[in-house]
Write a protein that binds this ligand. Sequence first.
Ligand SMILES: [Mg+2]
Length: 231
Amino acid sequence: MIRAILWDIDGTLLDFSVSEKAAIRKCFEIFGLGTCTDEMVSVYSKINSRYWHLLEDGKMSKQDILISRFREFFPLYGIDPSISEAFNDEYQLRLSDTVVFTDGAEEVINCLHGSLIQCAASNGTRVAQEGKLRRSGMDRIFEHTFISENIGYEKPDPGFFNYVISALAPVRPEEVLIVGDSLSSDMKGGFNAGIRTCWYDPQKMPNTTDMTFDHIIADLREVPPIIRMYA
Ligand SMILES: [Mg+2]
């Protein structure tokens, strides 16, 4: 039986690319940096993903990646990188201004409400993630909000999952299902922690790891039937 579900937030329940684009554009406006074009957003986004992987691999700290991504991005467009820290502070606040659910997400969390423990499990910053959960109303549905910055470990670190499993006791690890879009953080961490794994793969990308997952879905509406399957 599945008694608890761990939801990844960015790229799983929320469309991160929409809030990322809106936040960076707003900050360009606030800092008087001119227009941030679609091409610039896409360049930034690739740099950003690369840094988040370094965080997941434990090669860089959260604070370092937050600043370094802008330090690398700004000089490409002739912007003084010394504003990176102040820019990032504003950016974290702006990330929760625009919150858009992915396809089926709102319907699914509402449908599961009351039937099992739903939790957020995120590597985002506390400021941005708490803002997003409030604005989206998910804070009223989730019983726990597990944010790496509060726990002191990032997914996929076992420290993150050990903390979550202790917090959910007496629910046992095999009664916990993690749903997330990232192979390197959600799936790797869940797999190693011995909880049930559900890879959300809307683009139907190949599984490039040597891990096998309990479920692979392209639509979040497949989650409630999966949970019923265990009952
Ligand atoms: Mg994600």
